[in-house]
Design a protein around this ligand. Sequence first.
Ligand SMILES: Cc1cc2nc3c(=O)[nH]c(=O)nc-3n(C[C@H](O)[C@H](O)[C@H](O)COP(=O)(O)OP(=O)(O)OC[C@H]3O[C@@H](n4cnc5c(N)ncnc54)[C@H](O)[C@@H]3O)c2cc1C
Length: 385
Amino acid sequence: MTSIPQYSLTDEQLAIRDMVRQITEERIAPRAAEIDAKGEYPHDLRKLLGEQGIYGLAIPEEYGGTHTEEGCGTLTLNIAVEEISKACSSTALTLMVAELGTLPIRIAGTEEQKQKWLPKVATGEWSSAFGLSEPEAGSDVAGMLTRAVKDGDEYVITGSKSWITNAGIADYYIIFAVTDKEAKHKGISAFVMEADRPGFAVTSLEHKMGIKGSPTGSLSFDEVRIPAENLLGNEGEGFKIAMQTLDRSRLGVAAQGLGIAQGALDYASAYAKERKAFGKVLTEFQAVSGKLADAAIGCAAGRELLYKAACGVDRQDPGFGAMSSMAKVFCADHAMKTTVEMVQVLGGSGYVVEYPMERFMRDAKITQIYEGAQEIQRVVIARSL
Ligand SMILES: Cc1cc2nc3c(=O)[nH]c(=O)nc-3n(C[C@H](O)[C@H](O)[C@H](O)COP(=O)(O)OP(=O)(O)OC[C@H]3O[C@@H](n4cnc5c(N)ncnc54)[C@H](O)[C@@H]3O)c2cc1C
């Protein structure tokens, strides 16, 4: 393990980090290549993370989890995401989605809604999904076409969603739909939809470059009826709920990127200390050791930015949204750059599936795209200046 300066963590956070690190090394890392090769959702590891209370890091104490804002729970959660991502991004994503698919309820749900939906995610019994993107509305969220029409004490949802993580796995989906077309982004509302509602279908699953153990799919809604009590907040508050969610959850993507970069660096530096060329180990060549140093610098810097942003979210510091965008951009770009360079450090071994490096590189790319592409984050940051 590369030794780099650590942000000042509490004893509890250090204990959780060490516990997750141990589980990752002993149980998750040995499964990672197989999950990737077979493109299989890691049901076994989800059970394990549930049993170990790791999904509970995303859920407040009052609803069966261990998350507290005073204890900087967003930081603790993201330390766990970082640790798991050092070995398996798909498994880390199951934890990230436990946050993404519950934050809208935490932010806007009634006490009854929180009691109903959150505790079973904390144990890993249920999984959730976040249905915002559509074929014609990715970065431009307000361009969504899925609509929800009130009919008595129900809403009728019609339309489609694309790119939804946990498609076909989730027990419930947070669905964003237009309730007032004229009001544009102020006419979007958020709902909780159970997966077994008639008229709902997962229409296709994507074949992806990376994070292959995480199903990503398209959803269709053919006059799906849901009770009006499944509305989160008030009509028209959906866009605000989505943005408030993403301000927090994109730190998970930053943590995933950071973990991938650190995992790639750890592997490459161990390899470079053993591998010989021209009678010397690779670390004796400055062209190689410089790549390792640059990777370590970026991980240390990214970690400081991420950890500071995570605590800022919990304290609701002014400008925490822009800070979380900065952490996401920095860590995701560093993940991509580092994994490309660490493939290079391994030479031919970096390019083949017998070694984890090409998987790290494929997995890194998504961190620059989802939960708001890098270009959109830079727009958010620039606007805050
Ligand atoms: C594996 C995977 C999992 C995903 N999981 C989920 C999920 O669970 N839930 C969900 O709702 N969505 C999910 N998404 C969707 C993801 O958030 C979107 O793909 C992403 O927001 C980009 O939207 P888009 O693909 O439509 O790209 P587009 O919006 O078409 O953008 C294409 C390119 O143009 C750039 N661009 C667009 N507008 C601007 C602008 N104004 N200024 C500068 N550049 C711009 C973008 O940055 C990007 O580089 C997932 C996507 C993938 C691939």
